[in-house]
Design a protein around this ligand. Structure first.
Ligand code: PEP
Ligand code: MG
Length: 576
């Protein structure tokens, strides 16, 4: 009988293969008090296990195929760094000595401490980094227990199997990719886990978050997995398998066609050139950026130069990070968004004082930068200096009032003045733009447009603030609606303001990267889309098949519709 289970699809593609069950989680920890004379030997046993883990990870690092995306190595390197970090390599030794407990127990205590710290964090991305630390701790625990899982996996014939495990590490993913597995399912993990990110980079179809997958599915049974919808089918008949093989072929063909668009420009059938730019935030995104054929970077989120690390990047480190991307872009523009710190993305625990009740409405983005002008100016100097190496634009986040804009522009002038007196090069005419992310900004877009070189609509926040929905609160996610008539009106007002002032208006929120909205946005007059590099080719394909003049009439009708439920079928008709 057929069994359908669903989880979170984190890496698209259809996989058809037989189940290979794996037990990957934390080994059970045996707790024992040591005699005085046993302590030194136990410390040595622990050190050997840590060295063993580092050696194993280095071995995997070397086995990464040359053509694998760069982020594969980056993730393994980050695990190597964690294995060598004192929080894992030294603190457990102190615990062994102070509490006279065995190595496994000491490591478990350190794990519990780290877990408590991470669980307090509000930022989803940072919280998922606990998952990486756990992977490294489990590896050390397995070596202590002499269960070298990843190495054992290397010896098993896994080609064409669908791996079903409680959890997998990035290192496992690399070993499995070398073995040509068809796909994987895990009980734990989410879309932001490094294993999920790696699966996407390596093109392995994957579904995560199917609790008790290992009891629901049996060793060697045939399985179909859909990495887009997160659906897993077991016990299917020949016909269903045939059907999915056909879908698999069609998807591969569609993917092949999409890659052929890489070197073609985005241009509508009525001849309008559309700029397709990329959103990037981590060093890992540069690989995807190169493959995407993007016309530039429309949004570089610089927060990760400040958070998720021990010390924020100083002017020199920022300059070097920006120059690295400028080199990749070879003359195409780089739009650097100044810090969007604050709210749930703060690196300085002392900065805000007591936790605010509504972080999204608090001292965030430009408000935070204008409160710490030294920090802000340091970034402006780095951005300005990078503009001597290639075309760079400055993008100011969450500008809400004219006063904020005037202050920011004055700080940019001050930074220019300083650099001039230090004889440092920069682009005197560097374009400056603002993100339109709050309703007040959209309504004031005509005022901002007069003082700026471009605008960029951040729909993620614009929708959050217009509809009063916390974008990271699961309970109200269902209300998050890019097609709400109020949101569409604000987008339209902003586009009109740009046209009147004759400055470009881009869109860099998730809406710009969602193919369901491409034709609607073209009809509204959007000419600059900025989205994650992996979405750009699909958007380009739609643009190249569209005629703006045909979309405009229908789009006007959508704008005039005030009942949200009527808008979805109208947009569907536009896409048909
Ligand atoms: C946005 O708000 O749409 C945006 C692009 O900024 P972020 O997602 O970084 O807040
Ligand atoms: Mg935003």
């Amino acid at each position: 009988m057929a069994l359908i289970v669903s989880g979170i699809g984190v890496s698209k593609g259809i996989a058809i293969g037989n189940v290979h069950l794996l037990n990957r989680g934390a080994p059970e920890v045996f707790e024992r008090k040591l005699e005085d004379h046993e302590i030194d030997a136990e410390v040595e046993r622990f050190q050997d296990a840590v060295d063993g883990a580092a050696k194993q990870l280095s071995g995997i690092r070397e086995s990464i195929p040359e053509d694998a995306p760069k982020d594969v190595a980056t993730f393994i390197d980050s695990h190597l760094l964690m294995a060598k970090d004192s929080m894992l390599s030294k603190v457990p030794i102190e615990i062994i000595r102070e509490q006279q407990c065995n190595a496994e127990w000491a490591l478990k205590q350190q794990r519990d401490k780290l877990e408590a710290v991470f669980e307090e964090m509000e930022d989803d991305y940072l919280r998922t980094r606990l998952n990486d630390i756990e992977h490294v701790i489990n590896l050390i625990q397995q070596i202590l227990k002499d269960q070298q899982f990843t190495m054992q996996m290397k010896l098993q014939p896994l080609k064409g199997s669908i791996i079903v495990a409680d959890d997998l590490t990035p290192a496992d993913t690399v070993v499995m990719q070398n073995q040509n597995i068809a796909g994987f399912i895990t009980e734990l993990g989410g879309p932001l886990s490094h294993t999920a990110i790696l699966a996407r980079s390596l093109g392995i179809p994957a579904v995560v978050g199917i609790q008790s997958a290992r009891s629901l599915l049996q060793q060697d049974e045939p399985l179909i997995l859909d990495g887009s919808s997160g659906m897993v089918l077991a016990g299917t008949n020949e016909n269903t398998v045939k059907e999915y093989r056909q879908i698999q072929r069609e998807q591969k063909e569609a993917q092949r066609k999409l890659s052929s668009l890489k070197n073609i420009s985005a241009k509508t059938k009525d001849g309008q050139r559309i700029s397709l730019q990329a959103n990037i935030e981590l060093a890992e995104d540069v690989g995807a950026l190169k493959k995407s054929g993007a016309d530039g970077v429309g949004l570089y989120r610089t927060e990760f130069l400040y958070i998720d690390r021990e010390v924020p990047a100083d002017e020199a480190e920022q300059l070097s990070a920006y120059k690295k991307i400028i080199r990749v872009l070879k003359g195409k523009p780089l739009t650097i968004r100044t810090l969007d710190l604050g709210g749930d993305k703060e690196f300085d625990p002392d900065f805000q004082g007591p936790l605010t009740q509504n972080p999204a409405l608090g001292l965030r983005a430009i408000r935070r930068s204008l409160k710490d002008t030294e920090l802000f100016k340091q970034q402006l100097r780095a951005i300005l200096r990078s503009s001597a190496s290639g075309p760079v634009r400055i993008l100011l986040p969450m500008i809400t009032s004219d006063n904020e804009l005037v202050q920011s522009l004055s700080l940019i002038e001050q930074a220019k003045h300083e650099l001039k007196s230090e004889n440092k090069d920069f682009d005197e005419n560097i374009p400056v733009g603002a993100m339109i992310e709050v309703p007040a900004a959209a309504i004031s877009a005509h005022i901002f447009a007069k003082q700026l070189n471009f605008l960029s609509i951040g729909t993620n926040d614009l929708i959050q603030y217009t509809l009063a929905i916390d974008r990271i609160d699961d309970q109200v996610n269902y209300l998050y609606d890019p097609l709400h008539p109020a949101v569409l009106k604000l987008i339209n007002i902003t586009l009109q303001a740009g046209r009147r002032a004759e400055i470009p208006v881009a869109m860099c929120g998730e809406m710009a990267g969602d193919p369901r909205y491409t034709r609607l946005l073209l009809g509204l007059g959007l000419k600059e889309f900025s989205a994650h590099p992996s979405n750009l080719l699909e958007i380009k394909q739609i643009i190249n098949k569209s005629k703006i003049t045909e979309l405009e009439k229908q789009t006007k009708k959508i704008l005039a519709t005030t009942v949200p439920s009527k808008i979805i079928p109208m947009v569907d008709a536009l896409n048909a």
